[in-house]
Design a protein around this ligand. Structure first.
Ligand code: DOR
Ligand code: ZN
Length: 345
């Protein structure tokens, strides 16, 4: 039994920080353990131009408490009006590391997203040319496709045709939730990666619906059947280079979650590393935790791994707060429904 584990400092390759009071409250929760994060651009209004990303980056750095270090890796929100020259300039200057594709209507603040993928083809071609990765929210939004099938249908009807029609486009399948997602990610070679969240390694759809509806387990893509959770656990703990951590930690205040039409998102920033260590221990894969959290992501993005480290120590159960306070209201921390024996020092 290992009682202490030292890893390169982890990064989060998919994170929602929001803005204003929420940003100030949630940023330290991530910066405490993580070195860098890919910052999602689904603000209202969204982060569309390079100048928006620069201003948002400044607001994030201004919200970082003294003595903490953290590097936000900025993204642009792809719209049907995205200006390829503005995007390429933001990439060339080092400001942005990826562009995010939200199918219109797929999730929180996705109304400005893409309705017709053909309309963004020139942008995608430019991205392939300059090596700028596309982060994809992979769900179809058509009413006739069942919500539990939306990821698998997206892979077949949108993602695969898009990748074939834009050769060389580097793609990250964000927050995969299905066996089909993991299988497709594996098949894609060096230009295809996939992030996996902490919560999708822990919950299946029963956690949301059995014994009463649990809004704090509702996120998008929604958690699927147990066979899919097991496929995700096998993928995350495999050490395979295409799989890396993207928590999709997505804070919403309790009133916005606990309502007749509650928002999608699980807030996992606070306890993610302890939960992951527990999951990897259960899978007898603690020796591959570093690959998933600290090595595979930077390798995909062509960045160096962090040089400093964190140490996890196994002992008595660690207790995290059930909620964090923000000036907008309380935000519930993801409850993994298990003892967390790994403390982050
Ligand atoms: O559950 C989710 N919450 N999924 C997303 O894709 C967006 C996110 C959010 O921004 O709240
Ligand atoms: Zn997200």
């Amino acid at each position: 039994m290992t009682y202490s584990l030292t890893l390169r400092r982890p990064d989060d390759w998919h994170l929602h920080l929001r803005d204003g009071a929420m940003l100030r409250a949630v940023l330290p929760e991530t910066a405490r353990h993580f070195g860098r994060a890919i910052i999602m651009p689904n603000l209202v209004p969204p982060v569309v131009r390079g100048s928006d990303a620069a201003a948002y980056r400044d607001r994030i750095l201004a919200a970082l408490p003294d003595g903490m270090s953290f590097e936000p890796l900025m993204t642009l929100y792809l719209t049907e009006d995205t200006d390829p020259d503005d995007m390429a300039a933001a990439h060339a200057s080092g400001l942005i590391k990826a562009v995010k594709l939200y199918p219109a209507g797929a999730t929180t603040n996705s109304a400005s997203g893409v309705r017709n993928i053909d309309s963004v083809r020139p942008v995608l071609e430019r991205m392939a040319e300059i090596g700028l990765p596309l982060c994809v929210h992979g769900e179809v939004t058509t009413a006739d496709v069942d919500i539990f099938d939306r990821e698998a249908v997206f892979i077949d009807t949108v993602l695969d045709p898009m990748r074939k029609s834009v050769p060389g486009l580097r793609v990250v399948m964000e927050h995969i939730t299905t066996r089909q997602g993991a299988e497709y990610a594996r098949s894609g070679g060096a230009d295809l990666g996939a992030t996996i969240t902490t919560h999708h390694l822990v919950i299946n759809r029963n956690h949301i619906l059995v014994g009463g509806i649990k809004p704090h387990y509702y996120c998008l893509p929604v958690a699927k059947r147990e066979e899919h959770r097991l496929a995700l656990r096998a993928a995350a703990t495999s050490g395979e280079a295409c799989f890396f951590l993207g928590t999709d930690s997505a804070p919403h205040t309790d009133p916005n979650k606990e309502m007749a039409c509650g928002c999608a998102g699980c807030f996992t920033a606070t306890n993610t590393m302890s939960v992951l260590a527990q999951v990897f221990e259960q899978e007898d894969a603690l020796n591959r935790l570093e690959a998933f959290c600290s090595l595979n992501g930077p390798a995909f993005y062509g960045l160096p791994a962090n040089t400093d480290t964190i140490t996890l120590t196994r002992g008595e159960p660690v207790h995290y707060p059930a909620k964090i306070d923000t000036d907008d209201g309380p935000v519930t921390v993801f409850d993994p429904q298990m003892d967390l024996l790994w403390r982050v020092d």
